[in-house]
Design a protein around this ligand. Sequence first.
Ligand code: ATP
Length: 244
Amino acid sequence: MIRTESLSLNNRLHDITLTLPDCGLIGIIGPNGAGKSSLLKCFAGIAQPDSGTVFINGESLLKLDYLARGQRIAYLAQNTPIAWDMPVYETLALGLIDKLPAPLQQQKVQTIAATFALTPHLDTSIFQLSGGELARVHLARALIKDAPILLADEPIAALDPYYQMDMMQLLTDLATKQLCVIVLHDLALAYRFCQHIILMDKGQMTAYDATQNVIVNENLRTVFKISATIDKQTNSLYNLKKHP
Ligand SMILES: Nc1ncnc2c1ncn2[C@@H]1O[C@H](COP(=O)(O)OP(=O)(O)OP(=O)(O)O)[C@@H](O)[C@H]1O
């Protein structure tokens, strides 16, 4: 569970108080520059707020050392640079915190590779992967350590439509057992898959509630300057238009 109290980060985040549940898929949406990544970085302890506190399962993030944070949180940045060439297998194994006996490590890598359709690429150099394949490697590497909280910044941005839906379904399944907080721009996928939405605008949390209460035309107009057709029965959002 993540809880924040009056979180502020210079002029990027203003007075954000919220409680996220133990399980569920939570989407952070908002226009460019709204503060989505900054909020996620505060949850992860990567950005230090000027005021306010982040609590992870009741413990102040400031009191947790790096190992304790790593055991509780898997964080995937927006653009994860890779400095050196390695096969996919080794890249996935790097996500494990503890040194495991070789057979157990192999089993964990193979299981996560199968989940992310990476088995055929285990011996491939990561420099030879497509953008979408690499995005799947990054998410798999973040998840391999089984931390109870996943924080991922635009994890589906580089994926084609098939894998975007595949990944959202995978995150939905994962979120029955743990908390997954993702930043995303695709409002249709956010509407279809996320249980709750944090709506950010100009560093403020404009709304945080069940998805169908947040993604409504009034908020789309005021925050995004767009409108859409929203069908609550089929959980679909389409026909996006710039609002005049
Ligand atoms: N390291 C930083 N230092 C100072 N200001 C920053 C830093 N990173 C981002 N900002 C500023 O903070 C504001 C919020 O940025 P943030 O990256 O959180 O927005 P975002 O909603 O994730 O945007 P996008 O959708 O474009 O990725 C922006 O005005 C940005 O210029």
